[in-house]
Write a protein that binds this ligand. Structure first.
Ligand code: NAP
Length: 307
């Protein structure tokens, strides 16, 4: 019997989050799915469509803007019963103003991919509102995807100061390229997940990349040229070259990480070297920094400065 009956998904009204909600609703034993969304109208539209597609009325909307820590705290305050699992899915290249600073002093890109989720998990743990598994939507960008022009994030010292500079954007300057900064944000969150796994052994913390996934809105906010390359040309050509798969395949990876205990706490699973699709492997076999305990603790300590 699947021990997971209730799941909260952030960024659940579109793309991979919405598809994960659909697939989960069709799993035996799932009783309630909380749709964490920032916009009421988009959330209601997704809820209605999910009910229609799955024939199940098990979806509840939780309004939360992940890039706004106050909004995340307010959303957690509405929970009274524990949730079994959380999919930390909201993310992307940071909207129209990825380098704009939030009230906490981090970039919007970093807040959406990392800090909001740190606050969400901290608050859930503090109030003992999560019982089983936390899955973070990682990305192959955290160890680089050279074939897509995404360099491996280059840590200089990997100390607390450097992770703070990644969070507040000062490592990159005002004109930093969101596609590269995204890789650093995903790396920082992956390291944080590793630290959390060691600190909270009663919870599984699994980082799983959905892999290169076509048909989501993930590239919509990139500058025009990059959007044309990655979304419009890439969305057609990349699947032909095995560089992207469909949203069903991407979201299925989340379900695997969530429901299959063979995916271990503190580990990061994503595609093999060179490709953002295909079977997943433990990324520590590709890049040792992904399981470096000192880097994990430094990333975590830097996040505590802002959370
Ligand atoms: N697609 C890929 O190739 C790929 C590859 C590796 C990793 N990932 C990761 O997978 C996750 C999902 O990506 P996707 O391609 O499905 O993206 P998407 O189609 O852009 O969907 C993102 C979802 O997150 C929501 N969201 C964005 N910012 C939010 C915020 N501040 N607060 C609450 N919700 C917010 C969006 O809501 P709105 O509709 O309100 O904007 C939307 O529901 C991301 O973390 C991404 O980094 C994607």
């Amino acid at each position: 019997m699947n021990p997971i009956q209730s799941v909260l998904i952030t960024g659940a009204n579109a793309g991979l989050g919405r598809e994960a909600a659909r697939q989960l609703a069709l799993q035996k034993g799932i009783e309630i799915i909380y749709l964490g969304c920032r916009n009421q109208a988009r959330a209601e539209a997704a809820k209605a469509a999910l009910e229609r597609e799955t024939g199940r009325k098990i979806f509840e909307i939780v309004l939360m803007n992940i890039s706004d820590c106050a909004s995340v705290r307010a959303a957690v305050a509405t929970f009274s019963a524990p949730i079994d699992a959380v999919i930390l899915n909201a993310g992307g290249t940071g909207g129209q103003f990825p380098n704009m600073l939030t009230d906490e002093g981090v970039t919007t890109l970093f807040a959406t991919n990392v800090l909001g989720h740190v606050v969400l998990v901290d608050k859930l743990l503090e109030r003992q509102l999560v019982t089983s598994t936390i899955l973070y939507a990682g990305s192959e960008a955290a160890r680089g995807i050279p074939k897509m022009g995404m360099h491996r994030p280059d840590l200089a010292q990997g100390d607390i100061e450097e992770f703070r500079a990644i969070a507040d954007g000062s490592k990159f300057g005002a004109k930093g390229d969101p596609m590269q900064i995204y890789g650093y944000a995903k790396l920082t969150a992956t390291l944080w997940m590793g630290a959390m796994a060691r600190q909270h052994p009663h919870i599984r913390f699994v980082t799983m990349s959905p892999g290169g996934t076509a048909g989501t809105a993930g590239f919509d906010d990139l500058p025009l040229i990059k959007r044309i390359i990655f979304k419009h040309m890439g969305g057609v050509l990349m699947p032909l070259f095995g560089m992207m798969h469909n949203v069903e395949t991407g979201a299925k990876r989340y379900l695997d990480g969530l429901l299959n205990p063979e995916f271990l706490s503190g580990h990061f699973y994503a595609s093999k070297t060179g490709y953002p699709t295909g079977p997943v492997v433990d990324q520590a076999s590709i890049d040792a920094i992904l399981c470096d305990i000192t880097l994990q603790d430094n990333a975590n300590a830097a996040l505590r400065h802002f959370a």
